[in-house]
Design a protein around this ligand. Structure first.
Ligand code: ATP
Ligand code: MG
Length: 264
């Protein structure tokens, strides 16, 4: 369970570029729930994810993971609880290290000690098995440098790394946005599979209304730092992209003419 309770965050307070980004953001995600998040640029989606991961500190409000109040815990203290995949395929992996070294680092997420890259035989077998599930032939390329891989292959490995050890919540921030449509579809399918197989609690940000409705079991829309729409169950099942789009337009109080992407 993750609970954000009335989060407030202002960047650069008291300056001409003051920006009140989170304005009473509240959201509870039950264990095992997979929530998709939509909202226009600057709505506060990544800021919410940064607050959950501990990369930024809210000015006020509280954040709980399970029963634990993590509001003032640093990102490294939460590393065992929170797993994350970023939009940029380069961001989640280390391009100078081999595939197996990257996996070894992911294996140590949140550990205080043992930051070695030496991979033991049993571990190598495990990594090989995990890589084989991606069906990309990467199980035969354990010692290849990550930098040699395509964006899609890197995102697939980032997902694997994020799910290698248990976490209480998986954060996906537009993790398919930099991929071509076919690769994006593959990585999304993989996401569904990994979330399902590991019974993960997940939050996925997307600009595609189609993806928002087709994946996960609940969709929330953020606008100006608040949740303005929250749909699940039968209402969501009945919902078409056009319905979501018109709600999105209503919230913005303007007609969308710029983001073709939003149509998914
Ligand atoms: N660390 C920071 N310092 C200053 N301003 C920030 C910081 N992080 C985010 N912002 C600003 O906060 C606002 C909300 O940003 P955020 O990244 O949360 O939006 P978003 O909903 O993820 O948008 P997008 O769809 O473009 O990714 C933006 O105006 C952004 O410039
Ligand atoms: Mg963002």
């Amino acid at each position: 369970m993750m609970r954000a309770d009335n989060l407030q965050k202002t960047f650069n307070p008291g300056t001409p570029v003051e920006n009140h980004v989170l304005r009473g953001m509240s959201l509870t995600i039950e264990t095992g729930q997979f929530v998709t998040v939509i909202g226009s640029n600057g709505a506060g989606k990544s800021t919410l994810l940064n607050a959950i991961s501990g990369d930024i500190q809210p000015d006020s409000g509280r954040l709980f993971i399970d029963q634990q109040d993590v509001t003032r815990m640093g990102a490294w203290q939460r590393a065992k609880l929170v797993a994350r995949v970023f939009q940029d395929p380069m961001a989640g992996t280390c391009e100078g290290l081999s595939i197996e070294e990257n996996l070894a680092l992911a294996w140590q997420r949140g550990e205080k000690r043992g930051l070695g890259l030496a991979v033991k035989k049993a571990q190598r077998e495990l990594f090989r098995d995990k890589l084989a599930t991606l069906k990309l032939g990467l199980e035969n390329r354990l010692s290849d440098r990550m930098g040699l891989l395509s964006g899609g292959q890197r995102q697939a490995i980032s997902l694997l790394m994020a799910s290698l050890r248990p976490s209480r919540i998986l954060l996906l921030d537009e993790h398919t946005a930099a991929l071509d449509p076919k690769t994006a579809a593959f990585v999304l399918e993989l996401t569904d599979q990994i979330v399902r197989d590991n019974k993960l609690t997940a939050l996925m940000v997307t600009h595609s209304m189609r993806q928002a409705l087709d994946h996960g079991d609940r969709t929330v829309m953020l606008h100006q730092g608040q949740v303005v729409l929250d749909v699940s169950g039968e209402t969501r099942r009945q919902m078409q992209v056009a319905d979501l789009l018109s709600m999105f337009e209503k919230t913005r109080g303007e007609v969308i003419d710029d983001d073709a992407l939003l149509l998914g």
